[in-house]
Design a protein around this ligand. Structure first.
Ligand code: HEC
Length: 195
């Protein structure tokens, strides 16, 4: 043993002191909450990329830009039946139509789950139109177990979820996946059968 325990701890206290001092000095370089600390690679920090929701001084416009005409975002497929419920009802086919019992059971579990989240607040857990927020709405959500909705083809219900109807907004942005929307359609059918 060449160093006594006492000496070692004095040394570590000194090291700690130096570390705290260095951190304090470095932190002092921060010019404020909106400023970055030390800039090691200025190009990365001071880039000219626009910040969302900010103003673009160069163009004197908000930074959000309208997409160029005739373009779509990557991975986005425009809905072919926008504004056309009749054509949608005639042409859209439910991909779950040929599902066997086991597949359908899975679809219904998913549909039940999504329905309770996205539809039940207005249309009610059993589709009677008595959801929690329905009482506060001047224009009541209609029941989904009515003869009218029973007579709709699957494509029409899918269309209403995807494109909306009247005062009901569309749910395509919340329920991204088409298969989830179809699963909801199947679950609405189950509610209509009263089980
Ligand atoms: C914010 C409340 C609200 C939510 C949430 C909602 N709807 Fe609606 N829904 C309405 C209202 C209100 C109408 C009547 C719209 C109209 O025709 O002007 C309607 C109409 C409908 C209709 C047509 C019924 C008819 O008799 O014409 C269907 C089908 C439907 N909704 C299904 C759904 C499904 C499925 C979901 C979940 C994905 C859903 N809705 C979510 C409020 C809602």
């Amino acid at each position: 043993m060449n160093a006594s325990p006492g000496k070692t701890s004095t040394k570590s206290i000194l090291t700690l002191g130096v570390l705290i001092g260095a951190t304090a000095m470095l932190t002092a370089c921060n010019g404020g909450r909106d400023q970055s600390n030390i800039e090691l690679m200025q190009d990365m920090m001071d880039q000219r990329a626009l910040k969302s929701q900010k103003f673009d001084d160069r163009r004197n416009k908000p930074s959000a830009m309208t997409p160029p005409a005739n373009t779509v975002p990557r991975g986005y497929t425009p809905y072919a039946y926008a504004g056309d419920p009749i054509k949608a009802e005639a042409e859209l086919k439910n991909p779950n139509a040929g599902a066997d019992a086991a597949q359908l059971a899975k679809v219904l579990v998913r549909g039940h789950d999504r329905f309770d989240i996205y539809c039940s607040p207005c249309h009610g857990l059993t589709g009677k139109g008595d959801g929690t927020v329905a009482q506060y709405m001047p224009l009541k959500p209609p029941p989904l177990i009515s003869d009218k909705v029973k007579a709709f083809k699957d494509g029409r219900i899918f269309h209403i979820i995807t494109d909306g109807q009247g005062v009901m907004n569309n749910y395509a942005t919340q329920i991204h996946s088409e298969s989830d929307r179809w699963a909801i359609v199947n679950y609405v059918r189950k509610l209509q059968q009263g089980n």
